[in-house]
Design a protein around this ligand. Structure first.
Ligand code: NAD
Length: 506
């Protein structure tokens, strides 16, 4: 089955695939390869040539050339090209979704959901292409008109993580394109095949129309990401990944006074109050904590439960966890697939050991599963307090449970971690919900009531505070990060009054 899908997506399972797409040119000259591995089996899927520095230069030049023409195309015409990309993705949805499952280990419906998110982003961007509004501002000077307009920024460097191997690219690429900017994409070295498949799909739309240089791909490791971060020809670097990566990229980009858009680690909490609908909370916690094998930036990692309900709620949760059977992500009915690599299993094991040494009681799970691939048990650990390990993001299905006595105490616990991405409260008391959403409440970029922490819609601006990096992507007015704001004042009178009443006459 996989061979056919790979071949339909233009992936060669026998020979190394080109890892650089620069305009109509695709190849690599480095001679070095990396191997994409199936996390469900640990077996290789295919090989990819990585980008050499000359290959990288070619991709940047291709983006720069495309920028010269693309930036003057009216935005709705740019939107028309993005519409066609969205349609091409629609046609490839089943195959591409399966490749996401194969390469990232997500279950089938999540693999398909990821491609749907790409399509949704294209649709959103098409509408946006007619709505890049600027304000008209009252001028203090007679016969003057003041307004602001938004101009394209230039080629955007896009560094993405393994866990959303294609959706995060779409968040960036669809918006960057309608804003007038080409993109140079460096995908995760763990998921290069999905990136190549996407590139082949978009090239079928772009090449016949002479726009191949708009979307470029450079496969490689951290070093290639560092080339992007340091490159003055890229006014914006959008980087998604760990906080350690974000600190490195942010420092490099700031050193050249470039702009960075950071989507980094999360350590998301959910508060269950005394009045919560526990049936609803149970379902939400399961999806948020176990979905994607705990490998979402928005995965629920900290469950903060009122002391009066903790002994009713947590045993039900443990029972539900025990009913989840890990399995091959492409099999029907499977809800829990593998972690991405052996190193992720080791991090899981070391976090469980650290939690135990910090007083944690493992209520279920806690071990790796003895089968090929990188499987671990979904794990719940009751913690006496929010110790050091709880404040860290471990990219695995570990849920720490903490009890609280007052809502103020719960919110303080909730906010007392370095990350600030997603947050939730389950309550049927509107005062508690409003407090959680007030300035005294959650300090995260995303705050939900009676909804889990993961599974955001694309219509809102996505991102978080503190060590999550402060970036906002996808919907709302996140597009402004991809454009240059220009304030314009036009004098249609025949005198030259100065602002603030300043007189300067000879
Ligand atoms: P990672 O940081 O290991 O790698 C992410 C990307 O950054 C890869 O392409 C990698 O090659 C590149 N990279 C690594 N170090 C770099 C450096 N110094 N300079 C330039 N590029 C560098 O992350 P990962 O393991 O692929 O993904 C998991 C992490 O991503 C988690 O922390 C997760 O929370 C985070 N994430 C955040 C969001 C969000 O929107 N906030 C979304 C998805 C994932």
């Amino acid at each position: 089955m996989f061979e056919e899908v790979l071949s339909r997506l233009g992936i060669d399972a026998t020979n190394p695939n080109p890892g650089v797409f620069a305009g109509a040119w695709s190849d690599s000259t480095s001679g070095e390869t990396l191997t994409s591995v199936n996390p469900a089996t640990g077996e290789p899927i295919a090989q990819v040539f990585t980008a050499s520095r000359p290959d990288y230069e070619r991709a940047i030049e291709s983006a720069r050339e495309a920028f010269a023409a693309w930036r003057i195309l009216p935005p709705p015409q740019r939107g028309e090209i993005v519409r066609q990309i969205g349609n091409a993705l629609r046609e490839a949805k089943d195959d591409l979704g399966l490749l996401v499952t194969l390469e990232a280990g997500k279950i089938r419906s999540e693999g398909l959901g990821e491609v749907q998110e790409m399509i949704d982003m294209c649709d959103f961007a098409v509408g946006l292409s007619r709505q890049l509004y600027g304000l008209t501002i009252a001028s203090e000077r007679p016969s003057h008109r003041m307004f602001e307009q938004w101009q394209p920024l230039g080629p955007v460097g896009c560094i993405t993580a393994f866990n959303f191997p294609v959706a995060v690219w779409a968040w960036n690429a669809a918006i960057a394109l309608v804003c007038g900017n080409p993109v140079v994409w460096k995908p995760s070295e763990l998921t290069p095949l999905t990136a190549i498949a996407v590139q082949r799909i978009v090239n079928r739309v772009l090449e016949p129309q002479g726009w191949a240089g708009l979307l470029n791909l450079v496969v490689g490791g951290r070093e290639v990401g560092q080339w992007l971060a340091a490159d003055e020809r890229l006014p914006l670097i959008s980087a998604t990944g760990s906080t350690a990566m974000g600190k490195s990229v942010a420092t490099t980009v700031a050193g050249r006074l470039g702009r960075s858009l950071l989507e980094l680690g999360g350590n998301n909490g959910l508060i269950v109050t005394e009045s919560a609908n526990l049936d609803l909370a149970l379902r939400a916690v399961l999806f948020a904590a176990v979905g994607t094998a705990g490998q979402r930036c928005t995965t629920l990692r900290r469950l903060i439960v009122h002391r009066s309900v903790v002994d009713r709620f947590v045993p039900r949760l443990v029972q539900a966890y025990r009913s989840i059977q890990p399995g091959s992500p492409w099999d029907d009915g499977v809800l829990l697939g593998p972690l991405v690599r052996e190193s992720a299993v080791e991090q899981f094991e070391s976090a469980v050991a650290a939690a135990k040494s910090q007083g944690g009681e493992v209520l279920c799970g806690g071990r790796r599963i003895d089968r090929p691939g990188y499987y671990v048990e979904p794990t719940i650990i009751r913690m006496p307090k929010q110790s050091e390990i709880v404040k860290r993001e471990t990219f695995a299905p570990i849920l720490y449970v903490l009890a609280y006595d007052s809502l103020d105490n719960a919110i303080a616990l909730h906010n007392l971690v370095p990350q600030g991405l997603s947050s939730a409260i389950f309550t049927d008391r509107f005062q508690d919900a409003e407090r959680f959403l007030s300035a005294l409440g959650s300090d995260c970029g995303i705050a939900n009531v009676n909804i889990g922490t993961s599974g955001a819609e694309i219509g809102g601006a996505f991102g978080g505070e503190k060590e999550t990096g402060g970036g906002r992507e996808a919907g709302s007015d996140a597009w402004k990060a991809y454009m240059r704001r220009q304030t314009c004042t036009l004098n249609y009178g025949d005198s030259l009054p100065l602002a603030q009443g300043v007189r300067f006459e000879v």
